[in-house]
Write a protein that binds this ligand. Structure first.
Ligand SMILES: [Zn+2]
Length: 147
């Protein structure tokens, strides 16, 4: 999924679960579960191909995506530090993917394969409606419980 729903789901889990290690652990694991669901994502081909000098627009998309997620958490959350921590843990897996592109390392490679195995196949066609609907639904449910 794109990062905004991941952030909202993580923020909500962290806000609702009283035991912090469990809350952050589940926020982290929620990433894989929500990536497993059918969805569409905006392309970031230049980042994936490590075309760093052409990747400005890709990073801009990612930056805007994260900004929207954090902004929504900022205006909706009643416990900001906790919600932000949850949001952070929920996008950490994609952070590991980016880190693995910049600093290839064995652990990050293992994580990359794991993430790809769980992730809804990028090659699989999803109708536009359902590809967006799954993420809008995830966002609305998360926002409902976050408020
Ligand atoms: Zn992911």
């Amino acid at each position: 999924m794109i990062l905004t729903p991941h952030i909202l789901v993580g923020a909500t889990l962290a806000s609702k679960i009283k035991f912090l290690p469990l809350a952050l652990g589940l926020a982290f694991l929620s990433h894989y579960f929500f990536d497993f669901l059918p969805h569409l994502e905006y392309p970031i081909k230049n980042i994936q191909r490590k075309n760093w000098n052409k990747s400005f627009l890709d990073f801009l998309k990612v930056f805007l995506d994260i900004s929207v997620g954090l902004f929504l958490v900022f205006i909706l959350s009643k416990n900001l530090p906790l919600a932000m921590a949850g949001g952070f843990f929920a996008i950490l897996p994609d952070g590991f993917i980016l880190l693995g592109l910049i600093l290839p390392n064995r652990l990050l490679k293992i994580h990359y394969s794991f993430h790809q195995k769980i992730h809804f196949p990028e090659s699989k066609k999803v109708p536009l409606f359902w590809g967006i609907f799954s993420q809008v639904l995830a966002m609305f449910v998360a926002i409902y419980f976050l408020r």
